[in-house]
Design a protein around this ligand. Structure first.
Ligand code: KIV
Ligand code: ZN
Length: 516
């Protein structure tokens, strides 16, 4: 039986851009966050947690820009219990049509003693003060008790009651360290419904981390016990082992309506698109056997399974690939396809590119069609993703010639266009990729360290495009660059150049923030 006014409606609160972005190496720039926010909007999430405005100027700008441009979901900003945090969150949310301030403080004995170094009474007062302050700036206030699942029950009930009395409209119970067990977590939610007298004045939310691989199970158990908001991320991105995966929660609710008759209003056909975008931007590749969005999630290799599938898809498929927007790898076009067909394909794949980006993408599509016999949707997606991010780059890829093989020395002859000037060099290295990266450093000297180099094939076959991710780190800044090409070494060079351009944007941002 549902214990909230809104019966069986489950609110989907996406925190890919906040908790997801907090995972080491997953930082995104403004343009990337905006692209993800737009796809989350298409997916139909109810709330987008867009960032933690006090944490950096980049976070502030992202929350502000998303507030300005994404108008259907509620835009949420995170704030600690401090006055400055709450005011900064309100300022960032100012242009939003629908907004929420999410304020939090730790309530477990361990966190209060060692992290906050505060007595429980001081924490309790801080809950009342922070929620009151947030409520004076925004009608929609969420309060979270960080490390809620390890908080003493009496103190948890008392703080929840006080937060609601101070004006919180959503109470979020995080399993911050992913410690809970589904039955235990459900019992905790039931206890709140039984013991907190004003519980009916707020929506109860949960926020589960995946340290024991139980984030989705805990979230579903909590829904069953009366929670009506779940906080989750695309692909389960998030700190350490991540957060509960949005796609797993939503598809479980959709597939098991018989057992979980709850209503999450997500357009599940956009799941694949959102998953690919988040993975492409962050460089966090989805494991092939990941539920729902892994490359093998709908693959039927064993003969006996294929036999059953041919007779009835339900024999081995509990949901259809189409329900998550997975189209059969369709052969789209070849070298004779024209600009109109290409534009139509982009629209079908959900891309909305400007004329310049379209021209560049079309030119690269023609180049690709010369090299690769069959071009699939995935090829077009990789190519356009690659193109959209490059239009305004200061450093543009020119030409590349590589000598590699057993005889060495591995050599790269590289030309880059830097601020409108073509510069070229030749470098040798410990392998062709090393030679290319040394050449880039010669043409554009910088101190950033290479933190990740990752290659994966976009489609099957030896003529498949390679998609390369390069992660660079400099003075605490982390950026991910992507590059795609049928030539893995060209893709590697493009990915490095892309990462470098992002680093330049971040450097410029911190300089303008300092002088602001
Ligand atoms: O995991 C956590 O406790 C959080 C809170 C800020 C909600 O992310
Ligand atoms: Zn979290």
């Amino acid at each position: 039986m549902s214990k909230n006014k809104d019966e069986n409606r489950v609110i989907i609160f996406d925190t890919t851009l906040r908790d997801g972005e907090q995972s080491p190496g997953a930082s995104m720039n403004l343009e990337e966050k905006l692209r993800i926010a737009k796809v989350l909007d298409e997916l139909g999430v109810d709330i987008i947690e867009a960032g933690f405005p006090i944490a950096s100027n980049g976070d502030f700008e992202a929350v502000r820009e998303i507030s300005r441009t994404v108008t259907t979901p509620i835009i949420c900003a995170l704030a600690r219990a401090h006055r400055q945090d709450i005011e900064r969150a309100a300022e960032a949310l100012e242009p939003a049509r629908r907004k929420r301030i999410h304020t939090f403080i730790s309530t477990s004995p361990l966190h209060m003693k060692y992290k906050l170094q505060m007595e429980p009474e001081e924490v309790h007062q801080a809950v009342i003060d922070s929620v009151t302050r947030a409520r004076n700036l925004c009608d929609d206030v969420e309060w979270s008790c960080e490390d809620g699942s390890r908080t003493e029950p009496d103190f948890l009930c008392r703080t929840v009651e006080s937060a609601i009395a101070a004006g919180a409209t959503t109470i979020n119970i995080p399993d911050t360290v992913g410690y809970a067990i589904p039955e235990e977590f459900a019992a905790l939610i039931s206890m709140l419904f039984d013991r907190v007298p004003n519980i009916d004045k707020a929506v109860i939310s949960v926020h589960c981390h995946n340290d024991l691989g139980l984030a989705v199970a805990n979230s579903l158990a909590a829904i069953h016990a009366g929670a009506r908001q779940v906080e989750c991320t695309i692909n389960g991105l998030g700190e350490r082992a991540g957060n509960a995966a949005l796609e797993e929660i939503v598809m479980t609710l959709r597939t098991r309506q018989d057992f979980l008759p709850y209503d999450a209003r997500i357009k599940t056909e956009n799941i694949t698109k959102a998953s690919r975008l988040v993975s492409g931007i962050t460089g966090f590749v989805v494991q092939p056997n990941k539920a729902i969005v892994g490359a093998n999630a709908f693959a039927h290799e064993a003969g006996i399974h294929q036999h059953g599938m041919m007779r009835h898809a339900g024999t081995y498929e509990i949901m259809s690939p189409e329900s998550i927007g997975l189209t059969k790898s369709s052969l789209v076009m070849g070298k004779h396809s024209g600009r109109h067909a290409f534009r139509a394909k982009l629209v079908e794949l959900g891309f909305d590119v400007g004329d310049n980006a379209l021209e560049d993408a079309f030119r690269r599509f023609k180049d690709l069609a010369d090299k690769k016999k069959e071009i699939f949707d995935e090829d077009i997606i990789a190519l356009v993703d690659d193109e959209v991010v490059r239009v305004n780059d200061r450093i543009q890829m020119g030409s590349l010639k590589v000598v590699c093989g057993t005889e060495g020395p591995q050599t790269a002859e590289l030309a880059l266009n830097i601020d409108g000037e073509v510069l070229s060099t030749t470098a040798t290295g410990d392998g062709p990729v090393d030679a290319i990266f040394i050449a880039i450093r010669q043409l554009f000297p910088h101190e950033a360290k290479l933190a990740l180099f990752q290659v994966h094939a976009v489609t099957k076959g030896t003529d498949a495009q390679a998609e390369v991710t390069v992660r660079l780190e400099e003075n605490g800044r982390t950026v991910n660059g992507q590059g795609a090409d049928t030539d893995t070494l060209v893709a590697a060079a493009r990915a490095y150049v892309n990462a470098l351009n992002k680093l330049l944007t971040q450097r410029e941002k911190s300089v303008s923030a300092l002088s602001a």
